[in-house]
Design a binder for this molecule. Structure first.
Ligand SMILES: [Fe+2]
Ligand SMILES: [Fe+2]
Length: 221
């Protein structure tokens, strides 16, 4: 019997757009690439959490939370790698996706705006991961759907933590907070809904490469 999963309501309400069905269809046809990028994302999530500890070492509550989060993301990375080994998918390091790259570019360089943007982007990425896991679960083979089911609650919790810290660590008006949150949410939704030549865990609507050489190399990959 197919496993089903619900996206927690606060996450549905937080994201401006759901994952498009075209991406889900593509993902089901490209499971090795999905799992490889997912493993990379877990490693990057751990590294991002460590980055907060280095950069904001004077913020005690944030440092403890990020330390726990980094350990949890590393555990997810190990679990993804075990599944990859079982499925004989080689691991390789992948460069940043359009999604992560453009969200990172949106981070303002002066404090405390930088901290606020990084925390809000953390909340968005965790929320999107959770939403994608839930959408994928009923469509995947048993071993993968069980794994993604086990991650759903953690990523939902990570979303809550990032959002809480964004609200509590930065002293700005509610109006300014909401304005920035809306800007980043709509950027995130555009990256999910726009055509994307590259297939990744957080890519947009799959679109064929415009460049013929890329199309050829993709056909033979
Ligand atoms: Fe994770
Ligand atoms: Fe996470």
């Amino acid at each position: 019997m197919a496993v089903t999963a619900e996206v927690p309501e606060p996450i549905n309400a937080f994201l401006d757009t759901p994952t498009p069905p075209e991406w889900l269809n593509e993902a089901c046809n490209r499971l090795p690439e999905l799992l490889l990028d997912h493993a990379n994302c877990e490693l990057k999530a751990a590294s991002t959490a460590l980055g907060f500890i280095y950069r904001y070492s004077d913020r005690t509550a944030l440092s403890y939370r990020m330390s726990r989060l980094a350990r949890e993301e590393l555990r997810h990375f190990e679990q993804a790698r075990v599944l990859m080994d079982e499925m004989e998918i080689p691991f390789e390091h992948l460069s940043a996706s359009r999604y992560a790259g453009q969200l990172r570019q949106a981070v303002r360089r002066e404090e405390p705006n930088q901290l606020l943007d990084m925390l809000l982007i953390g909340a968005l990425i965790e929320a999107r991961s959770c939403e994608r896991f839930a959408a994928l679960i009923p469509r995947l083979p048993d071993n993968l759907s069980r794994f993604y089911e086990s991650l759903l609650a953690s990523e939902a919790r990570h979303f809550e933590h990032y959002l809480e810290f964004a609200k509590n660590e930065v002293d700005i008006s509610e109006q300014d907070f909401n304005k920035r949150l809306e800007e980043l949410k709509s950027l995130e939704a555009r990256l999910i809904a726009d055509p994307d030549e590259q297939f990744r865990f957080h890519s947009g609507v799959p679109s064929p490469p415009a460049n013929k050489d890329q199309a050829r190399s993709r056909a033979y990959s």
